[in-house]
Design a protein around this ligand. Structure first.
Ligand code: MG
Length: 370
């Protein structure tokens, strides 16, 4: 496969509701979209870097830089045996995983379209529906949080994830458990705590969350292993897992019992599959995280989450929760049983609204082989 044309678009959309985590408060999402063309087929990818570098070091501007100056010129002059070779070719570039994922995932979509199969099939997916959960940002009061949880449960979600931060943690878990005795809920701290907070997490054990996600440093696995030895609640790692080796090491030292896989965080579908596989070998379940994706990124996540070891409900939720404006023709919806259908058309299986993207784009650039 040889790329004949690549285009980048920067699109900024307002969120319906501001989204607060321990490290950020977001009102808009700015994502770089990649369109790749080869042999008459077209593939699409979407970057997930937030506007500020609070999650990793990446932002839309660093994604643009890495794609524009390094990754696209390299790939336009490369023959690829298949989509999984993309990761090998860009492997010498340190970091910039969200940038790599943007075009790597577009190339997977392109390859699936060339073969006229759904992306899930090309990735090795076995599910025709995925299990959906929903991530809920930090609310100003528990009453406001209850309102949101009630609304999400009515929509059918199988589990809710609550963001926590110092000052909005133990009492939130306690209040939620008291009001919803059987609710499957989990907590996500986005690295807001340290080992000095062991007592807090011991207290949280009593409220039986399904897991606590990335409580300690974003680049740590050692302290997480120490914390896991002290508490009953399973730890799930997110920010600190970038490769299959990271996952193996974290599992081997007992730092994690569950892993959240985000293809953007690990550089695309190829590495996401490797992380999935190493977790399966160690009987560690995985689920698919979310980064407030537009429709293209959401579609990629749905296909990835059809792989067999995605056995826990993920953060892939209905499109309409987040944005008024759609960039795909068939927005994702959650069924009353809390599942979402995996599209069955070729590639990501949704209609990309190219005219809308071209109108919305704040910045565009076209690339062809020299
Ligand atoms: Mg997380």
């Amino acid at each position: 496969m040889r790329l004949e044309r690549v285009e980048l678009f920067v699109v900024r959309l307002p969120l319906k509701r501001a989204y607060e985590t321990s490290g950020s408060r977001e009102t808009h999402q700015t994502h770089v979209l990649a369109r790749v063309e080869s042999g008459g087929a077209v593939g699409w990818g979407e970057s997930v870097a937030p506007e500020q570098p609070w999650y990793s070091g990446e932002t839309p501007k660093t994604v643009w830089y890495a794609l524009d100056e390094v990754i696209i010129p390299l790939l336009l002059s490369t023959d690829l045996a298949g989509p999984s070779e993309t990761d090998t070719r860009v492997g010498w570039i340190r970091e910039h995983r969200m940038a790599k994922a943007t075009i790597e995932m577009a190339i997977w979509d392109l390859a699936a379209k060339q073969q006229a199969v759904p992306l899930s099939k090309l990735l090795g997916g076995t599910r025709d529906r995925i299990l959906c959960g929903v991530a809920i940002g930090i609310h100003p009061s528990v009453e406001a949080l209850f309102e949101t949880i009630d609304r999400e449960l009515q929509s059918g979600y199988q589990r809710v994830k609550l963001k926590i931060k110092p000052g909005a943690d133990g009492h939130v878990a306690e209040a939620v458990r008291n009001r919803y005795p059987d609710l499957a809920f989990m907590l996500d701290a986005n690295s807001a705590y340290g080992l000095a907070d062991v007592a807090l997490f011991k207290r949280i054990d009593a409220y039986h969350p399904m897991m606590v996600e990335q409580p300690l440093g974003y680049d740590d696995i050692v302290d997480h292993a120490t914390l896991q030895r002290e508490i009953a609640t399973p730890i799930c790692l997110d920010e600190s897992i970038h490769t299959a080796d990271d996952a193996r090491k974290a599992i081997e030292i007992g730092a994690t019992r569950i892993i959240n896989i985000k293809p953007g965080r690990v550089g695309g579908h190829t590495v996401a599959k490797r992380v999935h596989d190493v977790c399966a070998e160690h009987d560690i379940p995985v689920w698919c995280g979310g980064m407030l994706e537009f429709g293209i990124g959401r579609a990629h996540n749905v296909h990835l989450a059809s792989l067999p070891n995605f056995s826990l409900p993920g953060d892939v939720s209905a499109s309409e929760r987040y944005f008024e404006t759609e960039i795909i023709g068939e927005p994702f919806t959650v069924e009353s049983d809390g599942t979402m259908k995996v599209p069955t058309g070729p590639g990501i299986g949704v209609t990309v609204l190219e005219d809308a993207i071209r109108k919305l784009a704040l910045q565009t650039k076209e690339y062809r082989p020299r």
